[in-house]
Ligand binder design. Structure first.
Ligand code: MRB
Length: 264
């Protein structure tokens, strides 16, 4: 039987009352909570091959606020990064697991690092293509991007950009499913706390930063791994966007580390 048949839906209420929804795939060991990126939803996990790369593990995937089946929130303030951290914590509360790993894609990886900082239930974070360093957020460029996403050609703005940048099909099709107003609000929400760097949280937490060996900011990933005491895993690709095609490959490496891979 395909494991996809075993998915159980769940709901959790975030601290500010926002309802987040997701699916749990039962499995062995500590669960892995999956955090997608800004212009994505939970569909990226099966479509990228990530689910199949971790055949034995318990996986908990949820839609961030404003995405997929989760509640719409509308404003940039409601998309502040601390609200996303609370969404992750609400999911952890719903399952009452004493410990878990987090695996985040792009901005979701940054959310994972920030969650580990405040929540001792997080034993490991895998941050795919997001470092935890302070960033300078260009206010005008972010506003232009938000306006482009909100506009009538918003889906084309996203899909054209990612297609031109060599993103895999699952990442482009995820853009086609997003609610434009919510992703515009989420983009403006980056101005609310996303510039902050992540600090090391609790003793014993294992942090793994992952990116392409060709990433233009590889030096920032290296410096961040040193600062945080994180591992740095590199996949063989020219850019951070192209590296998305390697997410299942990274998932298999995660399964090996957790001891839940095929035959593990
Ligand atoms: C991202 C890191 C917040 C966010 C993880 C793409 C995009 C930039 C502009 C400044 C041009 C507006 C942007 C920058 C960025 C990170 C992050 C820390 C805090 C990132 C890459 C890339 C080098 C991604 C796949 C998914 C700053 C301001 C943070 C430095 C693209 C533009 C193409 C058609 C995005 C997403 C959403 C789709 C919309 C908002 C942002 C915020 N824009 N951020 N981000 N991005 N590849 N937008 N988005 N905007 O970079 O960056 O190679 O890794 O570095 O990220 O992808 S995210 S969308």
């Amino acid at each position: 039987m395909r494991r996809h048949d075993e998915l159980e839906r769940f709901e959790a209420t975030s601290r500010d009352g926002t309802l987040v929804r997701g699916v749990r795939r039962p499995g062995r060991g500590e669960p892995v909570v999956l955090i997608h990126g800004v212009a994505m939803d939970i569909g990226v996990w099966p479509e990228s091959g990530f689910f199949d790369a971790l055949p034995g593990a318990e996986l908990i995937a949820f839609d961030l606020r404003g995405r997929g089946a989760s509640e719409r929130v509308g404003t940039a303030e409601a998309h502040a990064v601390d609200r996303y951290v609370e969404d992750v914590q609400a999911v952890l509360d719903a399952f009452a697991h004493p410990s878990c790993s987090l695996f985040g894609l792009y901005f979701g990886g940054r959310v994972g690092l920030l969650t580990a900082e405040v929540d001792p239930r997080v034993s490991r974070v895998f941050s795919f293509c997001a470092h935890g360093e302070r960033v300078e957020i260009p206010v005008d460029a972010v506003e232009d991007e938000a306006a482009a996403i909100a506009g009538g050609r918003g889906h084309a703005y996203l899909t054209d950009h990612f297609t031109a940048a060599g993103a895999p099909r699952w990442m482009v099709s995820a853009c086609d499913r997003v609610d434009r107003a919510e992703v515009a609000a989420a983009t403006r929400g980056l101005l609310h706390g996303s510039d902050r760097g992540a600090r090391r949280g609790f003793a014993g937490q294992e942090l793994v930063l992952i990116t392409a060996n060709g990433d233009g900011e590889l030096d920032t990933f290296q410096a961040g791994a040193r600062r945080l005491g994180a591992q740095l895993w590199l996949v063989d690709d020219r850019t951070r966007v192209r590296a998305a095609a390697r997410v299942a490959e990274v998932g298999a490496r995660v399964a090996g580390l957790l001891g839940t891979g095929a035959g593990g």
